[in-house]
Design a protein around this ligand. Structure first.
Ligand code: ADP
Length: 529
């Protein structure tokens, strides 16, 4: 950009001005004249100058006084001014000149080269300053634009999160009802042909639930709203449980499903077992899905051993279709599959690996892949766990075998959804427990004060008063009963991050919806006196 600086020439004698104009004719500048101090001040009001060339001796207002007046305007505080005078050698003039902020004196008669040289320096400085000013201005504007874009993006991300969470909640509620009704139908001795239909219903509803949970989970992980739990668990039991749950699928395809856990792996470790299950289920599910012959192996080995910690390497190895090298980097992205025919043939959403990778990454590991088409794939990751002092974990649920009657158990079901109320009540009635219903937290608080219950099943999201507030309220009431009444939260799995909140609000545990009837039974049966 061409910036044409302006120079003000102040002299009461026109011939002097013309002479200076002649000297500066070759510079790319605009020259402006003033023939008195007053005129000079007027010009500085109208223009922005790169430099003023000021005659000192003028009738009326002399050069020094003129400069003092020009400096009064803050915009001229730093304006370079050169005095042109025949008498600059006298001390009085020099001091006065410096006090008014002159940058230089030029003696008359003017030495042409020196004069042009000095003026050029100031012109160049001015040009540079202007360029910097423009640069700063344009940066400030870019910054403003960026800030605007950032705000819009943040707003959109929040709206998306809100939308997903509302939508999935809305979908999940009727879906819970479908799954639970299917569970109920199954319990009512259906004919074999009816059982087939119930299984289809259950399978489809489960898949739909998984999809909704995946989407919600992914967006939660994506926005960083996820915490990891630390609990003691037996890794061998966890992996065997996963193997068992896939066994039927593996046998149907004629594939061996194997766990190969090194003896060096500690029996009980501490970490987030739920998230580890989620990771392994995703990887094993994929391995089985994309393998037609051979085997799928879950392998665990110790790669680091410290007094309190153990570093484990997990691998899921299959002998399936494999993934071409050029596709390998893409499959970890959300909603991406190795080929467009994958969805048609194998189903899926392309979210599993994206979630798995993030879950591993957030715990300090990284998901690696080795694969070749037709030879199979190996997904591996390393994670550290604390060693637990325990050697095994008691599992109440596994020790007991049959349902016994829950006759005499007083249960309060706090739930706003009519269908859910009905389903929970039906199961409880089947086990012969006594059931009372409260349609929101407020009613629940009232009922808890009127009747002695053995256990409360508390939905969390309800109108009037939610489950958290109701539980907190009960805990503030005086008396052993109110402080110790077991309150079990009913929560959707995607809201598992609320686990901490469940405990801080005084609840004693949670059951994930759609609830597994067996889990519900074992969680409430200990409270039968
Ligand atoms: P999807 O729900 O489609 O399985 P994922 O994110 O879990 O989503 O997987 C993305 C894609 O990666 C799959 O569609 C498939 O093309 C490929 N893929 C994942 N695991 C395997 C595997 N073990 N063998 C072959 N291809 C796989």
């Amino acid at each position: 950009m061409n910036i044409r600086p302006k120079i003000l020439i102040v002299d009461d004698y026109i011939n002097n001005i013309i002479a200076i104009e002649g000297l500066l004719a070759d510079l790319d500048v605009e020259l402006i004249r003033a023939m008195s101090g007053r005129q000079a001040i007027e010009m500085t009001d109208q223009h922005e100058f790169a430099l003023i060339l000021m005659d000192v001796q003028m009738p009326g207002m002399d050069g020094f006084e003129t400069v003092e007046n020009i400096r009064k305007d803050p915009k001229n505080a730093m304006l370079p001014i050169i005095y042109i005078t025949a008498i600059y050698n006298e001390n009085y003039y020099r001091t006065k000149g410096i006090k008014t902020g002159a940058v230089d004196f030029i003696a008359k008669p003017i030495i042409t080269d020196l004069f042009i040289g000095k003026v050029t320096i100031f012109i160049n400085l001015y040009r540079q300053r202007k360029r910097l000013e423009l640069e700063i201005l344009s940066r400030a504007e870019t910054e403003k634009e960026l800030e605007k874009a950032k705000n819009i993006a943040e707003g959109a991300a929040m709206a998306k999160q809100q939308f997903l969470s509302t939508m999935s909640h809305e979908i999940r509620t009727p879906l819970n009802a479908i799954i639970n009704t299917a569970n109920l139908l199954r319990e009512e001795d259906p004919r074999p042909d009816q059982l087939d239909n119930i299984e289809i219903l259950q399978f489809s509803a489960d898949n739909l639930m998984r999809l909704i949970n995946d989407i919600l989970d992914y967006s939660k992980i994506d926005s960083g709203k996820i915490t990891f739990e630390t609990v003691d668990f037996e890794l061998r039991k966890l992996l065997n449980g996963i193997r068992q749950s896939f066994e039927y699928q593996a046998i149907k395809k004629g594939i061996d499903l194997i766990t190969d856990i090194s003896d060096a792996v500690p029996a009980v470790i501490t970490g987030d077992s739920v998230r580890l299950s989620q990771i392994m289920i995703n990887l094993v599910g994929n391995a089985l899905k994309f393998t037609e012959h051979g085997k799928v192996t879950m392998e665990v080995s110790v790669i680091a051993d410290f007094p309190d910690e153990t570093g484990l390497r997990f691998s899921v190895i299959d002998t399936g279709i494999g993934i071409a090298e050029d596709k390998q980097q893409y499959i970890f992205e959300s909603f991406t599959q190795a080929s467009s025919s994958t969805t048609r043939k194998y189903g899926g959403t392309g979210l599993g690996l994206a979630i798995t990778k993030k879950l591993i990454g957030l715990q300090g590991g990284s998901l690696e892949l080795k694969s070749a088409p037709e030879e199979g794939s190996t997904f591996s990751f390393n994670l550290n766990f604390c060693k637990s002092k325990k050697t095994h974990i008691e599992e109440e649920m596994l020790k007991r075998t049959a349902f016994r009657s829950l006759k005499g158990l007083m249960v309060l079901v706090v739930e706003d959804n009519l269908v859910n109320q009905k389903i929970v009540s039906k199961f409880l009635a089947k086990w012969e427990a006594s059931v009372d219903i409260a349609e929101n937290g407020k009613v629940a608080v009232q009922k808890i004060q009127e009747t002695k219950y053995d256990v409360v099943l508390m939905d969390l999201h309800m109108p009037e008063m939610n489950g958290y507030d109701a539980s907190m309220f009960v805990r503030t009431l005086d008396g052993y009963y109110f402080k110790n009444l077991p309150i079990i939260a009913l929560t959707a799995s995607a809201f598992l991050e609320d686990r901490d909140k469940i405990y801080t609000c005084g609840m004693s545990g949670y059951i994930i919806k759609p609830f597994n009837p067996t889990e519900l039974y074992w969680k409430i049966s200990p409270f039968l006196k």
